[in-house]
Ligand binder design. Sequence first.
Ligand code: A3P
Length: 305
Amino acid sequence: DGGRLCNYNNFWCRVRFLRPILNSQKYFKAHDTDIIVPTLPKSGTTWLKALTFSILNRTICSINQSPLLTTNPHDLVPQLELKFFANLDHEKNIFPTSPRLYATHVPYHLLSNSIHESNCRMIYICRNPLDYFISYRFFLLENEFESEEKHSLSLEESFDMFCRGIYPYGPFWDHVLGYWNAHLKNPDRVLFLKYEDLKEDIVLNVKKIADFMGFGFSEDEEKRGVIEEIVKLCSLENMKKLEVNKTGVFSGSVIEVKNCSFFRKGEVGDWANYLTPEMIERFDKITEAKLQGSGLNFKYSDKDI
Ligand code: A3P
């Protein structure tokens, strides 16, 4: 899998994504009102897309008529870099929204200058690196990408690449630290979320996200249970059983992805079922060195939450 990656400015990206990323750097014009959801894939992107979309559009369309019931969240909140594949009008945006809502996997230091220079806000979500790694592995195994992309590496080989930072949009730690440091510098501009925290208290986090977006809930909405409705709509259990997410295919780019592969277990600590003590020891040393002094830490088990 690593053979199809290239290094660009200290980050690893799939060769076929390089041009779109460069194009998005060059051509994307950010608006001050834009809201960008940057993530590493498998860190809670789908969940955060569904939540931000629902928060933003809740007055335009009631929850029980939400497009999320019939559309994959990835078709509703476009990935910025996918917009810049040739001839691809990926946006099926039914709603003339302002703010515009976009997602991206690009690391902070490689976002377009237009984003850096604007006042647009970002909502970053990350996840403990071990669950991230396992989730990504299942995602690759589940999808028969182009033959060149088949995930032919063993778990050990793949973990070795991960530890060396040679992983899509990696090194993992650098991606997370880029947004973490941006958040520390300007918390009004970058909201920093963790998947495990959302699992622990989703209502609190939905309120936090809505406030940050400038779309906070009124007292009346709180009384009417709008937050709980959004939480339920966007829950893994609900999204997983929707027909579109069971049988549909996401084809927003040159690859096709089974919608069902975005929804798996959603557990904290699943990595413990797959990784050996030796792997963990190696990983711990790297993580300690990488995160030292940053003030950033992760929760690795549901006992921690
Ligand atoms: P697992 O593979 O551990 O189950 P992404 O959306 O960034 O691709 O991340 C996918 C991971 O988030 C998967 O984790 C998936 O099960 C989980 N996930 C997807 N939708 C979710 C939701 N609505 N709520 C909670 N977790 C969700």
